[in-house]
Ligand binder design. Sequence first.
Ligand SMILES: [Zn+2]
Length: 510
Amino acid sequence: MKKIFLTSCCFIMLIVVNATGAKPDKIALIPKPLSVQMEKSALKLNKVIRINDISLSGNDYAKFLNTGCIQGIDYKSVNSKDDKSEIIIRKSSGTAVKESYTLTVNSKGIEIAAPDNGGILYAIETLKQVLVQSWNGNEFDIPCMVIKDEPAFAFRGFMLDAARHYQPVATVKHVLDYMLSMKLNIFHWHLSDDQGWRVQSLKHPELNTIGSFVIDTDRVQTNGFYTLEEIKDIISYASERNIKIIPEFDIPGHSLAVLNAFPHLRCPYKPGSNAFCAGNPKTYEILKDIFGELIDVFKPEYIHIGGDERQKDLWNKCDLCLAKMKEVGVTNENDLQSKMLIEISAFIHSKGVKTISWAENIEGGVAEGQIIQSWRLRDEAFKAIKKGHLVINSDNGETYLDYPENAEDAKYKPSWMLILSVEKVYNFNPVPAGLTKEEEKMVIGSECPLWTESITIDKIYPQIKDRLEAHAEKCWTRKELKSYPDFASRLKVLQDFFKSSFYGEVTHMF
Ligand SMILES: [Zn+2]
């Protein structure tokens, strides 16, 4: 199997080189950088490339050059000011934009200047795309150039649903490698839903013995949880790749799996419900306990608390919930949910962690400082901004990658799903019209979710390929520099490079 993959990658490499020529005057790059200045001269390099990190950032950058479709080259790290090297990494000045970089290729070598680990990694990812197009069969024949680059949005996200189908650690790492290759920096991990709870709990082992095995079948992909060791490993893998993990525990609905472990936390009259009872004091106790444990495990900057699609007409028939409404001074279920999430958020904030929730909570009010993720209605992002919230725009018709890409794909998907083409993903502007310049800055970015009701691990790459690249350019590249026909032609050149970045490791390229 490995041999077949290896052979196909060599073939891919030849296609790339033949398509672009040994000395391309134009290099295809995704996402499109801020500026590329090409020179007439070239730099020739052989199969040994030394990389010297005199910025002393502490990451081993040679290993990132060793993943993807350009292996067979001997990349070495050298770390002394006196060492000779083909690539040198310097720290740029303190005023440089976060995650920005300058990549310079001249006749003497390659220089990367960046203010942080993110900028260095992104320069290396850009360099990899340059290298795969510069191999002439014997050596690298790289056009001299200066690339200056920085992101348009700080939040460039992808969400993987680990609850509907469970993905092994290796698959999660493939996703993280793929994200790095296109400069995405947020991995939103949907770790709980009706179909499963996916985090090992030492305090509440029933979350795993019951909550992680909701579907009674031998299909490995629908059951299971990540051990604390596995989570630690994934956090560190992501962090090396400049990717922040946002764990999500979706409450008060979508909670069947957790409520199977704590059945007494449902409204007493509704034994099969998938929502917590908002009137039971024990609910708040357990939720704080679980969120506290998640914070201990992930040490995250943000936690996603969900807040979407709670079953309606449930709490207003429950004596405990009705009494709670009276106690907190609200008259309907939606406002009760807002009060509940504000209390849980206050607990999370007291631990120094920020919160994100899905957008339907804005009507009844959300905790101060909570970031809103819009998804459902066209005007949600706009409304949230007008109410003073920072926004992540995940408008479902523009970003949901479980939706079919074309009419053929749609035959196998539920009929309510909209068709979401690569072009549509690309052209979506996360910033709604009608905002002031200051308000526009409140859109911190966009995220493409992949809900996995029908997505097994073998379908992840086919489902997200091309559209995630389009999303990445939408998040990274300034709006005025974007052009879909131009993106589509660059994607043709780089499609196989990105595929290799997802599947990883080819051991002998040449
Ligand atoms: Zn209740």
